[in-house]
Design a protein around this ligand. Structure first.
Ligand code: GDP
Length: 521
C-alpha cells in the first residue's frame, strides 16, 4: 500500500509541476568537467547573477527586459546531496576565497520567472522555468567506456598507457610494484590495497600541476565520493597475459571481481539515475592548464573530449542507448578562467577549444546535439589596464594574487593588487597546433612501436586518429611566454543601501543564452 501511495504522490507531484509551470517541464542541466575545471565557481556565479539581477547583456531575456527574477527552490530528489550554494557564496563574496571544489554529485533547483516573448504567451501570464542544476565530476563521465571493457582489456590498456614516455616517470612507483606482483599469486587483501594506493597516486600525479593529463580512469579512484575505502574501488590493473583465465582464489580473480563490481554498483547506476535524465550539458575545460602542461596534456585532453562526446551519443548497440529516455539536445564546451588573459586573447582561447572539440567530434563521429564553444570567466577576478614601459604599452591585468603565489622571485601576501602582463595566446591557433603536430610526428618517427600516422579521411589532423597512446609527447609548455598567477576572488561592491551586487563575469551571459535562452521564449 505504501508504495502505491508513493507512486500516487509522485504522479500528483508531476501534475502539479506541469500545471504550475505553464506546461513547461523542468530543464535538467548537467555541469561537468575534470577536477579544478571550475564547476563549483561556474554554478555559484550563474545562480548568483540570476538571483541578484546581474548584468547579462548577451542573455536575450535579460536584454529584452523579460527576465523577472529567480529564486532557489527545494530540489527535486531527496536522495542527492544539495549543491551548497549559500556556503559557496559566503566564501566567494564574504571571505573572498574560492569555494570548496566538487567532490561528488549534487543538485539544486532554481525557479526563473520571465515574461513570454510572444503575444499568446503573455496572455497566458508569467512564465516560469524550473532549472535543475546537476553538478558531477567529469572523472565519473570518463568511466562510461569501462562498461564495454572486461578486466583484461582495461588492465592491458592502462598498463600500456602508464609505460608511455610522458607517463612512465610519474607511474614509476606503481610500475615497480606491478613488476613484483604475480597475478596468479594468492588473493592477498594487503597486496590489493597497496597496488590500489600506488596506482591512485600515479593517477593523481598525472592530473597534477605540470602534467595536467585528462585520461585518468577509473573516475572514482580520484573522486571516490562516498565510496572511499570500499572494496568495489579497492582494485588496480595487473600485468596480465593476453590469454588465459584467472586461477581460482588468485589476486587476479580478486581484482577481476572487484572491477566487475565497480561497473555494476558504481558506474551503471550513475548513468541510469543521473546522466540519463539530463536535457542539457555544459562541459568545463581548463584549456590554459592543458596548454601549459604541454603536448601530452593537449593530446590527452582531446582524447578525453572524444570520449565525453561519445557518451552523449551512444551507438544503438550500446547499453546506454536503452536507458537514455531523454536526449541531451545542447552541449556547451566552455574554456574557463578567461580572466587570466587580456581580452584580446579571449577569442583566441575560444578558437583553440573549438579546434580541439572539432577534432574530437570527428574522432567520435559525433552529430546529433547542438554543440557550442565559449571562453568564459564565471567569476572575473581581474580588471584590465595598459601599462607603459619604456615607450611600449603593455595590455595588462590587475588583480590580487592569492597569498603564497610566487612569480619572478616575488611571493605575494594576498592583499596587494598588482599589474601582470600575462602574454598573449597566438592569434592563429594553427600555429599552436602546427607545433603540437610537429611534435607528434617527431615522436612517432622515433618510436618503432607506433605505426606510421595513418591519414584520416578529410583531415590532415594527426591528433584525429586513435593511436596517440604510443607516442612520447612532452610536458614542455605550448605557451612558454605566458605567465599565470592565481588571483583572489574580486571585491564585490555594495550599493549605498547595502545591497550586494552580483559577481562580475566574462561571457557568462552568452553561455547562459545558449544553455537556457530558448526555454524562456
Ligand atoms: P571544480 O573542481 O570543477 O568544482 O573547480 P572549482 O569551481 O572549485 O574551481 C577550481 C579553482 O579554479 C578555483 O578554486 C579557482 O582558483 C579557479 N577558478 C575557477 N573558476 C574561475 C574563474 O572564473 N576565474 C578565476 N580567476 N579562477 C577561477
Amino acid at each position: 500500500l505504501s508504495s502505491l501511495t508513493d507512486e500516487a504522490r509522485i504522479a500528483l507531484d508531476n501534475v502539479y509541476e506541469y500545471a504550475t509551470s505553464l506546461g513547461a517541464p523542468p530543464l535538467r542541466l548537467g555541469v561537468t568537467g575534470l577536477a579544478r575545471a571550475g564547476k563549483t565557481v561556474f554554478i555559484t556565479a550563474l545562480v548568483h547573477n540570476l538571483v541578484h539581477g546581474g548584468r547579462l547583456p548577451l542573455f536575450e531575456p535579460w536584454k529584452s527586459r523579460r527576465l523577472i527574477g529567480a529564486e532557489l527552490k527545494p530540489q527535486r530528489h531527496d536522495d542527492v546531496p544539495t549543491f551548497d550554494y549559500r556556503g559557496h557564496v559566503r566564501a566567494l563574496v564574504g571571505d573572498r576565497v574560492w569555494p570548496e571544489s566538487t567532490r561528488m554529485i549534487s543538485e539544486m533547483r532554481l525557479s526563473i520567472a520571465y515574461e513570454s516573448a510572444t503575444f499568446l504567451g503573455r496572455r497566458l501570464g508569467r512564465g516560469r522555468l524550473d532549472l535543475d542544476i546537476v553538478d558531477y565530476p567529469g572523472e565519473w563521465l570518463l568511466d562510461l567506456p569501462l562498461l564495454a571493457k572486461d578486466y583484461r582489456t582495461f588492465a592491458r590498456e592502462t598498463v600500456a598507457r602508464a609505460r608511455m614516455p610522458a607517463r612512465a616517470e610519474i607511474a614509476g612507483p606503481w610500475l615497480a610494484h606491478l613488476a613484483t606482483t604475480d597475478p596468479a599469486g594468492p588473493a592477498d587483501e594487503g597486496v590489493a590495497a597497496e597496488a590500489h594506493g600506488l596506482f591512485t597516486g600515479y593517477l593523481a600525479a598525472a592530473r597534477g600541476d605540470g602534467h595536467a593529463l585528462s585520461m585518468v580512469p577509473p573516475g572514482r579512484f580520484l573522486m571516490p565520493g562516498d565510496l572511499a575505502g570500499s572494496p568495489a574501488i579497492t582494485f588496480a590493473p595487473l600485468d596480465l597475459p593476453a590469454e588465459g583465465e584467472a586461477p581460482r582464489d588468485s589476486l587476479w580473480a580478486l581484482m577481476e571481481r572487484r572491477y566487475e563490481a565497480y561497473k555494476d554498483v558504481v558506474v551503471r547506476p550513475f548513468f541510469r539515475t543521473h546522466f540519463a535524465r539530463l536535457d542539457r550539458q555544459v562541459v568545463l575545460v581548463d584549456v590554459l592548464a592543458a596548454l601549459n602542461g604541454g603536448t601530452a596534456a593537449v593530446a590527452d585532453l582531446e582524447a578525453a573530449l572524444a570520449e565525453i562526446l561519445a557518451c552523449f551519443r551512444p551507438g544503438r548497440s550500446s547499453w546506454l542507448s536503452g536507458v537514455l529516455t531523454r536526449r541531451i539536445d545542447r552541449i556547451l564546451f566552455a574554456a574557463t578562467k578567461a580572466d587570466h588573459l587580456h581580452h584580446v586573447s579571449h577569442d583566441r582561447l575560444e578558437a583553440i577549444l573549438r579546434r580541439l572539440v572539432e577534432a574530437a567530434s570527428r574522432r567520435a563521429a559525433f552529430a546529433g546535439a547542438e554543440v557550442d564553444v565559449r571562453a568564459v570567466a564565471a567569476v572575473r577576478a581581474t580588471r584590465e589596464a595598459t601599462v607603459r614601459r619604456g615607450g611600449e604599452s603593455l595590455p595588462c591585468i590587475l588583480g590580487v594574487p592569492r597569498a603564497g603565489e610566487t612569480l619572478d622571485g616575488s611571493t605575494y601576501t594576498g592583499d596587494e593588487e598588482i599589474a601582470l602582463f600575462p602574454g598573449d595566446l597566438p592569434a592563429d591557433p594553427e600555429v599552436l597546433f602546427a607545433d603540437l603536430h610537429a611534435e607528434i610526428r617527431r615522436s612517432r618517427a622515433g618510436n618503432p612501436d607506433v605505426e606510421a600516422a595513418p591519414e584520416v579521411a578529410g583531415t590532415a589532423d594527426p591528433t584525429a586518429d586513435a593511436d596517440l597512446d604510443g607516442t612520447g609527447l612532452s610536458t614542455r609548455s605550448l605557451v612558454p611566454d605566458m605567465r599565470f598567477l592565481r588571483f583572489r576572488p574580486p571585491q564585490i561592491e555594495r550599493t549605498a543601501e547595502g545591497v550586494t551586487l552580483s559577481l562580475p563575469h566574462i561571457r557568462l551571459d552568452r553561455a547562459l543564452d545558449f544553455l537556457i535562452g530558448d526555454r524562456l521564449a
